[in-house]
Design a protein around this ligand. Structure first.
Ligand code: AMP
Ligand code: GLY
Length: 426
C-alpha cells in the first residue's frame, strides 16, 4: 500500500514511525514532511498541508492508495471531500463532519441534540449581549471563540471581569480574526482532564485508549498555554468503569448521532473530557484528528498494526473485532526552545540524539527541527522534540523518557519535569 501522510510535526513523525512497521506499507510519502521524517518517507517540502490542489496532484502522481491527514485545517477546508471525489481513500473526516472541531457552536448544538454530557452553554454574536450574559452568570465561566484558533481561543475565567476582557479581545479587537465573530460562553466544569481516542468508519468503532497531555508551559500546570509540553498513555483516571461510561455516554452516541444527522464521521475522534470525582465524563471539546503530542505515547505503547485501522476507516470497512492492545505505557516529554510559547530563537545545534535513541524503549520524535550544515539537526520551532519512551508502567516509561532527555542538549532547551506525575500520584 502506498501511503501519504499530510503534515510535518511530531504527530506526523509518530504516525509514520508506526505506519513504517506495517507489512502492508510498501511506499511512504509525506507532505510537506521534515528532515527527520525524511528518514522514514519521501518528503515533498513544496506541498504544504493546506494546499488541497497540490495534495491531490501529488496523490495522483504517486498513485497513493491511502492519505492520512495529521492536522485539522486541511480537514476543515475539505481535503477529504476533494480526495474522495477523485477516488482516493483518505483517513480523516469530511469538511461537514470536521465542524465538530472547527465550530464550537456546531459541536455544542450537536451534543445538546444527542444528549451527550457537556458544559451548559450559550452562543453570542453580539458583544453587548455576551457581556450582559457573563455579568448575569456572576461567577466562573469559559469564553471560547467559535472558529479554529490554533487551540488558543479559549479563556477560562474566574468571574465577569476577566470574562468581559476576553470577550473584548475576541469580539471587538478580533485577536483571533473571524474565529471570534461568534463566541460560546460555557459553564466552567471541575474535575480531571483526559482525552480519549476512537477510530470510526462512520458506523463501526475501534477504541484506542486514554491519554493526558500537559498544556501549560511550566511545572505544576503554571505559565502560559502551549500546544502541549508532554503527554502519557494510558491515563489511569480513565479506569474500566470510566471508560465504559465514555463509550456509552459519549463515543457511541457521537458516532451514531453524526450518522443520523447525515454527516457520518470517519477518522479518529479525539474526545477531550473532564472527569469529575464520581467518575462521570463530560466533553470539553471534540477534535477531528490525532492529538499532538498525545499521539507520540499512544502509538509507542500500542501493539499491533495501525494501517488496517486507518485503511478500514477510510474505506468504510473497519474491522471492529480488531482489539487494539496497549501492553506498554508510554510517556512523551517535549523539549522546547527557550521562550516558547512566545518568541524563541532557531538554528541551535542539537546534540545527543543518537545516544538518546539508543537507550532502551526510547524513540525521539521531531516536532521542530531541520538539517544543519554539518549534517546533524538544529532547532526550527517552538516545540523541538518529543522524547518518548515505553515501559511496563508509567513510572518506568517516565524514568526512561527523562533519562533520554538528559543526554540531549541544545542552547536554551526547556522542558517540564513533572510530565505524567499525576499518574504516579494516584
Ligand atoms: P478547548 O480548546 O475547548 O479544549 O479548551 C482548552 C482548555 O480550556 C481545556 O483543555 C480545558 O482545560 C479548558 N476548558 C475548556 N472548556 C472548559 C469548561 N467548560 N470548563 C472547564 N475548563 C474548560
Ligand atoms: N495536545 C492537544 C491537541 O492536540 O489538541
Amino acid at each position: 500500500m502506498r501511503i501519504l501522510v499530510v503534515g510535518s510535526g511530531g504527530r506526523e513523525h509518530a504516525l509514520l514511525w508506526k505506519i513504517a512497521q506495517s507489512p502492508l506499507a510498501s511506499a511512504l510519502h509525506a507532505a510537506p514532511g521534515s528532515a527527520a521524517i525524511g528518514e522514514l518517507a519521501t518528503c515533498h517540502p513544496d506541498v504544504k498541508a493546506n494546499d488541497l490542489v497540490a495534495l491531490q496532484a501529488l496523490a495522483e502522481r504517486e498513485a497513493i492508495d491511502l492519505v492520512v491527514v495529521g492536522p485539522e485545517d486541511p480537514l476543515a477546508a475539505g481535503l477529504t471531500d476533494r480526495l474522495r471525489a477523485a477516488g482516493i481513500a483518505v483517513f480523516g473526516p469530511t469538511a461537514a463532519a470536521a465542524q465538530l472541531e472547527a465550530s464550537k457552536t456546531f459541536a455544542k448544538q450537536f451534543m445538546a441534540r444527542h444528549g451527550i454530557p457537556s458544559a451548559a452553554f450559550a452562543v453570542f454574536d453580539s458583544l453587548d449581549a455576551a457581556r450582559a450574559h457573563v455579568r448575569e452568570l456572576g461567577g466562573p465561566c469559559v469564553v471560547k471563540a467559535d472558529g479554529l484558533a490554533a487551540g488558543k481561543g479559549v479563556a477560562v475565567c474566574d468571574g465577569p471581569e476577566d470574562a468581559e476582557a476576553a470577550l473584548d479581545e475576541m469580539m471587538r479587537e478580533r485577536r483571533f480574526g473571524d474565529a471570534g465573530a461568534t463566541v460560546v460562553i460555557e459553564e466552567r466544569m471541575q474535575g480531571e482532564e483526559a482525552s480519549y481516542y476512537a477510530i470510526s468508519d462512520g458506523e463501526r468503532v475501534v477504541t484506542l485508549t486514554a491519554a493526558q497531555d500537559h498544556k501549560r508551559a511550566l511545572d505544576g500546570d503554571c505559565g502560559e498555554n502551549t500546544g502541549g509540553m508532554g503527554a502519557y498513555a494510558p491515563a489511569p483516571v480513565v479506569n474500566d468503569a470510566v471508560e465504559k461510561r465514555i463509550l456509552e455516554e459519549v463515543v457511541h452516541p457521537a458516532i451514531r448521532g453524526m450518522a443520523s444527522d447525515g454527516v457520518p464521521y470517519t477518522g479518529v475522534l479525539y474526545v477531550g473530557l473532564m472527569i469529575d470525582a464520581s467518575g462521570a465524563p463530560r466533553v470539553v471539546e471534540f477534535n477531528v484528528r490525532f492529538g499532538d503530542p498525545e499521539t507520540q505515547p499512544l502509538l509507542v505503547g500500542m501493539q499491533g498494526d495501525l494501517v488496517p485501522l486507518l485503511d478500514g476507516a477510510a474505506r468504510g470497512r473497519l474491522d471492529n473485532e480488531a482489539a487494539v492492545g496497549f501492553r506498554d505505557a508510554a510517556v512523551c516529554v517535549v523539549l522546547a526552545s527557550g521562550g516558547y510559547p512566545r518568541s524563541y530563537p532557531s538554528g541551535k545545534p542539537i546534540t545527543g540524539l543518537e545516544a538518546a535513541a539508543a537507550q532502551e524503549g526510547v524513540v525521539v520524535f521531531h516536532a521542530g527541527t531541520r538539517r544543519a550544515a554539518d549534517g546533524g539537526f538544529e532547532t526550527a520551532g517552538g516545540r523541538v522534540l518529543g522524547v518518548t519512551a515505553r515501559g511496563v508502567s508509567v513510572a518506568e516509561a517516565r524514568e526512561r523518557a527523562y533519562a533520554a532527555c538528559d543526554v540531549i542538549a541544545f542552547e536554551g532547551a526547556h522542558r517540564r519535569n513533572d510530565i505524567a506525575s499525576r499518574a504516579l500520584d494516584r
